[in-house]
Write a protein that binds this ligand. Sequence first.
Ligand code: SAT
Ligand code: MN
Length: 604
Amino acid sequence: MSISQNAPTRHAKLIAWVNEVAQMTQPDSIYWCNGTKKEYDAMIKIMVDGGLATPLAKKPNSYLFRSDASDVARVENRTYIASKSKDDAGPTNNWINPEELKTTMRSLYKGCMKGRTMYVIPFSMGPIGSPIAKIGVELSDSPYVVTNMHIMARVGKKVLEVLGENGEFIPCLHTVGKPLLSCQDDSGKWPCAPLDKKYIAHFPETREIWSYGSGYGGNALLGKKCLALRIASVQARDEGWLAEHMLILKVTNPEGKSKYVAAAFPSACGKTNLAMLVPTIEGWKVETVGDDIAWMKPGKDGKLYAINPEAGFFGVAPGTAMDTNPNAMLSITANTIFTNVALTEDGDVWWEGIGYDAPGKLIDWTGKPWIQDKGNKSQAPSAHANARFTAPAQQCPAIAANFDDPAGVPIDAILFGGRRPSTIPLVHQAKSWNHGVFMGSIVGSEITAAALDLKAGTIRRDPFAMLPFCGYNMGDYFAHWVKMGEKNPNTGIKFFFVNWFRKTKEGKWLWPGYGENSRVLKWVFEQCEGTGKSVETPIGIMPTADAIELPAGVSADDMKELLTVDVEGWKAELADVKQNHYSKFSNLPKALAEELAALEARLA
Ligand code: SAT
Ligand code: MN
């Protein structure tokens, strides 16, 4: 099969690759995506006609999908960093020799698109033509992927124009891994391969992504975690920038002065809520630049400039409500794809934590009738815990006007956080760049539902929230952060560690979170301005007892507990870091060992 005749590009390398993949995967036809609304609608129609998508009467141009039970989240134990040497993948990544993995995957890919169309999806991560943006091309046999990529990235003809005849692109190969026999269709069943046949593979040296057998989220929308984090982190290391699992927000004080904050939290820790926060304090404003990924490059003035490489939100639905995240709720009133939420009788969506009772008889995410039984604590939820919405960023009422600025925004502060019921105070600030890198390196969180194969409830270290997303040796990644500080002494960036998830011994939340987190952002802003009230403590710089105004329901005693340095807790924390975390890295940078020793000494 030769397709160069009708390819809308003269990029010889791209055409050759498309031909090569088509020969291997044997699709019935090949379709080059142009990124238009017409194309989006045509893809949706295919899926509605095939029984895979349900139009939602209550939400214009919006659709519900139900995936397979084996295909509801990223699968970390099927995700590989296949660098030539195992050492380059490091102790935190799954590794297979790239040649071996390619041999295995080639045999799976053989004929895997039979009976399907192969879509060629040219996409840009970042505003098209931005000096910080990168181009990828995804080949996929999933119209679900095409529509989601339309929302999450900039897709189509314009990308091919920028690519020209010789431009650089990252090849991303994807299949659901379910060829169709002649005249067969999916019969309304989400196509994918069984768990042990799923592979999400990254080849960092050749900058390639090969994904097999999953149609869901970060396993299949290859621009997101695969390109914008795993492969981009390798490029960032080589080129002297940062590809991070961070939201970007703009915070403006009552005088109209703004700061830009980037923040890393492990998946499903309320990152989208923070990115879209509605401040509870008079006169302050928060606007969204990004909710998941930040690419930061040094500018001529020495500051780090960040872009959000994505164009949409792939957010967790359960728990999203008008009182927890009104901006997210308002972003998903139309033109949205819902996956694995519940369906109401009148054609709307519903999920646990949406803020009101389930209206009547629902269809749950598995397709079965479901009636809310509030007396029954063990009732299975109607929406999957990792159910998602895919919505265009431009629909967010809080989207920053410069969200799309190809130059990016200058970052003033970087926040780290996680779900930590004890020890870690509400907020503390690093004393230096390397102390900030140390903070990022020891991030830990209670496990949630975003990854399929981890036990919920336990705490795992998730450095920089990059554990599942770093495309190379995490020890080298720490070293890259240290080096970025040495090479860029004038970023002015201040680092903070926040924890909205402190509980009392009785298990009661100490901090209300959500919009009230603006009080902490205000202190962060003031620290960047040099006007905040603060004290030096052994663990870093902290707000004075009166620096942060108390939200309703938080007593002065609660605040005292939130801002206490729990010396014994920290000693246990550092012992754990040493024994169970840093010990994994034979290449741990000296600067981090020194930060740990200095902190131990300050606590002694
Ligand atoms: O499925 S994704 O990887 O895109 C979302 C997440 O796990 O954070
Ligand atoms: Mn994420």
